[in-house]
Design a binder for this molecule. Structure first.
Ligand code: CA
Length: 222
């Protein structure tokens, strides 16, 4: 079955252009022209969401937060160059990527394919190790069977470190792996690691993530 994409965008010329291009690439496309419509149409059957920031009725950030209550679907933010917005808020809310309008269509399509593939690959690889169990399919991280209740961003960081056990990863490497080209301040990593540690501390004494001063973070082999 074709992957289905939800375009949430109120600029009609962008919508019709994007719809044509994506359908040409073999995607099934659904369009919502305001935030309320987007939330009414959103369901688990979508493989990816393209989300404009400045939407009528409900803005992009509100929509993203609502989507993240029930879903880890990849979300790419569409933003106009002149729009001033809080990137950290979008990152924290669980955006996967962003593109600036006017965007290069081929590049956007490449990113869409990459995110959909990454989501599918992640779903196939649960990686148990020691006390920590990463269930990529359910986006769940557990210690001794207890769910850590991580946000998507926290989960991605923990999974990345876990998949690279024994290797020290810099903040820049973590940002690159987790946020892609989504520009992020390196302190976004520190803030998330702090949250992950606090959530681990609720269920275990284990020091899972070690800080390597001046370098980054590492999870040691179990
Ligand atoms: Ca708009």
């Amino acid at each position: 079955m074709n992957d289905k994409i939800l375009i949430c965008e109120d600029e009609e010329n962008i919508v019709s252009f994007l719809k044509t291009e994506l359908e040409f690439e073999g995607f099934a496309v659904e369009v919502a022209q305001d935030g309320a419509e987007a939330m009414a149409k959103f369901s688990a059957e979508f493989s990816l969401v393209l989300l404009d920031i400045m939407l009528p009725e409900k803005n992009g950030l509100e929509c993203l937060r609502e989507i993240r209550k029930t879903s880890n679907v990849p979300v790419i933010i569409l933003t106009a160059r002149k729009e001033v917005y809080d990137k950290v808020a979008f990152l924290t809310a669980g955006a996967d990527d962003y593109v600036t309008k006017p965007f290069d269509t081929m590049e956007l399509i490449a990113r869409i394919k990459r995110h959909i593939l990454r989501q599918k690959t992640a779903a196939q690889s649960p990686v148990p190790s020691g006390d920590l169990y990463i269930n990529a399919d359910a986006y769940r991280a557990e210690i001794s069977g207890k769910d850590l209740h991580l946000t998507k961003t926290e989960f991605e960081i923990l999974r990345y470190l876990h998949n690279n056990s024994g290797k020290v990863k810099t903040r820049e490497e973590i940002i690159g792996a987790v946020f892609g080209d989504f520009y992020g301040e390196s302190n976004i990593v520190d803030a998330n690691v702090k949250n992950i540690r606090a959530k681990i501390a609720r269920v275990s004494q284990a020091q899972i993530i070690e800080t390597v001063r001046g370098k980054g973070y590492v999870i040691h082999h179990a």
